[in-house]
Each structure stands twice: as structure tokens, then as C-alpha cells.
Design a protein around this ligand. Sequence first.
Ligand code: 4NP
Length: 155
Amino acid sequence: MPVKILMVCLGNICRSPLAEGILASKLPKDKFIVDSAGTGSWHVGHAPDKRSIAVAQKNGLSIDNQRGRQFKSSDFDEFDYIYVMDNSNYRDVIHLAKTPEHKNKVNLILNELFPDENVDVPDPYYGAVNGFDNVYQMLDEVADIIAKKLIEKHS
Ligand code: 4NP
């Protein structure tokens, strides 16, 4: 059974599609499945934001086949690890958790890089273009740590 990792943000068009693509590129496909979802429903069925597609492409990754979906309660059973991009996503996801096991699966992604500091991946949606480069670099750095941990733990 592959290990399943879910990346969650608000819209599922800017940050979590990048997080999904970046982490998936660092893990063997036969052992790990990476997906993403948004806590909001505005972008269900939509491709990622053009600016996320562009920054991914610039870094050699294709994320344009991804489509937005909304986070749902059954994701707590479906996935082994749930990484949220910011503190607001954390509250929204934890609110839907029904058991301590569900809650334990949820972590702020940058806590893997800065333990216990509860740092947000900033939402680049309304911001400047370099916001996307900034987000890409953060996610790439933390995905290296997550991939290493996951490969060590599940091999
Ligand atoms: P994301 O960014 O959570 O990184 O995908 C957003 C994209 C869209 C919206 C909010 C955040 N929106 O309100 O439509």
C-alpha cells in the first residue's frame, strides 16, 4: 500500500498544487501518492493559477494537469499525512477532525523546517510575481526534509 500525503491550502490553486508537485517529484511513485485540496470550494475543477504553473515550469515541473478539489472529512481516513500551508488552514482542517488520530495527521508544513514556530507559507494569490518564487523556494526546501523523512520511515 502506498503512503498517501495530502497538501492543503485555501484555494487549491496556488500553494498546495506547488507543494503536491514538488514533493511528488522527490518521492518514488511506486511507494508514495501525493495529492492536494483546498479548504474553500471556489476553484473546484480549476487548473492551478497561471503564476503557479509558470514558476513550476521555470523549475522543471509540470503541474498543469492538476485540478482543484475541496478538502473533505474522508480525507482524514484516506491520507496518512496532511500538511497545511498556514495557520488558518490548520484551524479549518482541525475543525473537521472527529478523532485524535485525525488531528495527529495534520501538521503545518513549515514546522518541518522551523519546528514549533508555526510559520505560514504566505498566500501569494493577491501579491506580486516574486511571491510565487518565494513560495516555490520555501516549499522546495521543506519538501527535501519531508521526502528524506518519509523515505527513511517507509523503506
Ligand atoms: P491558495 O491561494 O490558497 O494558495 O490556492 C488562494 C487562491 C484563491 C483564493 C484564495 C487563496 N480565493 O479566494 O479565490
